[in-house]
Design a protein around this ligand. Structure first.
Ligand code: SF4
Length: 380
């Protein structure tokens, strides 16, 4: 049995840890491959969203490289994601592929169901080794997201341009090639140490941007055209509300905890949308925009794939939040035809506008009390 799985951002690192620790044979499709993406696009219905096309491309690549078992997890819900699995299976079988399909619906996943789905892989493995593998994989999800969060803090303040990108590139290369929890853990520790030694300008005050939107594109740097890196290199600090760990926590861990299911983002969205689910992560887009537009951030970016129904609904409320709270909100809609040059221009214009607003606010404040003018980085 040879497993393959699709990519979503940096989730592959923990999936690798899980499979390595369980001693299972697998094939991982290449990370950020245009060729794989092209195959997915060519075999998908035209109006499917970008995540569907990318995932299908990864499956085809995996099956072409000897895999016979597909491992796929999704969060179900009200958008068409809930029939992705069935549709992808149909497409692949009509293309002549024969495979086992193991599917997790994270919005209803219980320990029992997880164990049942993974049953065929676990024969002959001790309970202890399975628990250890799951714990190590879970730890990795959160540790990796923490590392990326640290890189976002450093990148916008670094003195030598490109240092953070270099460290993160090296970490990603290691994460793709090394095997086992110990080696991933070592790569994470090294990258964290290196990031902490990057020389930064402590007096520099970056514009702060919160990223909200559809989870796949928000967390997948390949499909979002490296938005975090681009903004960071323009001197903006980015807080991504939709990391992979966030997804695991909301759809798996929180669901299994029998108490404290209260969700601040869903509550904050209620005045704009009187429901707790509009499909995908649309309700979180509304709630997070509301929560983060009260002074902690200078601007908000909503990002989603073309034709994404939940985010289109969420977008209809963002204008109202922007007017009410006075924080600029920009929406970016991406598909496979999105040109990078125009994308960069939009990001630069947004960062420049936020910087200008921030400078003005400081100047107004400065007239009342003598404060040090912020040093704001300029886009070059
Ligand atoms: S949330 Fe949007 S992009 Fe994500 S699967 Fe659903 S429709 Fe597609």
């Amino acid at each position: 049995m040879k497993i393959t799985f699709p990519h979503m951002g940096d989730a592959y690192i923990s999936v690798k840890v899980l499979l390595d620790e369980l001693g299972l044979d697998y094939y991982m499709p290449p990370v950020g491959s245009h060729e794989t993406m092209e195959i997915g696009i060519a075999n998908s219905p035209e109006f499917m969203c970008l995540p569907f096309k990318k995932v299908l491309g990864d499956f085809i690549n995996g099956l072409n490289n000897g895999a016979d078992t597909i491992l796929f997890g999704e969060s179900g819900g009200q958008c068409r994601m809930s029939y992705y699995g069935d549709l992808m299976q149909d497409i692949l079988r009509s293309m002549g592929y024969k495979f086992n399909y193991i599917h997790f619906n994270f919005s209803h996943l219980t320990y029992k169901e997880a164990a049942r789905n993974l049953g065929p892989f676990l024969t002959g493995k001790s309970k202890l080794s399975v628990i250890k593998a799951a714990v190590n994989a879970g730890w990795t999800v959160f540790a990796v997201d923490k590392l990326y969060a640290l890189s976002r803090k450093i990148r916008c303040r670094e003195i030598k341009h490109g240092t953070t990108d270099k460290i993160m590139r090296e970490f990603e290369q290691k994460a793709q090639t090394v095997h086992g929890f110990k080696n991933i853990h070592r790569a994470l520790t090294e990258a964290r140490k290196e990031l902490k030694h990057v020389e930064i300008d402590k007096t520099f005050e970056p514009v702060k941007i919160a990223l909200v939107g559809e989870i796949f594109i928000s967390s997948d740097s390949f499909t979002n055209l490296e938005i975090e890196k681009k903004l960071g290199n323009m001197g903006a600090y980015v807080h991504n509300t939709m990391g992979v760990s966030e997804w695991i926590f909301k759809h798996f861990i929180k669901y299994m905890i029998p108490f404290n299911r209260r969700d601040k983002s869903i509550e904050a969205a209620q005045p704009y949308m009187h429901t707790d689910d509009i499909g995908g992560h649309g309700i979180y887009t509304i709630g997070n925009t509301e929560l983060l537009s009260h002074g902690s951030y200078d601007g908000i970016i909503q990002i989603y794939p073309f034709t994404c129904m939940p985010e289109i609904i969420a977008q209809t409320t963002l204008g109202e939040i922007q007017r009410k709270n006075g924080v600029p909100v920009m929406t970016l809609i991406l598909d496979e035809m999105t040109g990078e040059t125009g994308y960069i221009t939009r990001l630069e214009a947004f960062v420049d506008m936020l910087r200008f607003q921030k400078e003005q606010k400081y100047e107004e404040k400065n007239q009342k009390e003598p404060i040090k003018h912020p040093k704001l980085k300029h886009v070059s």
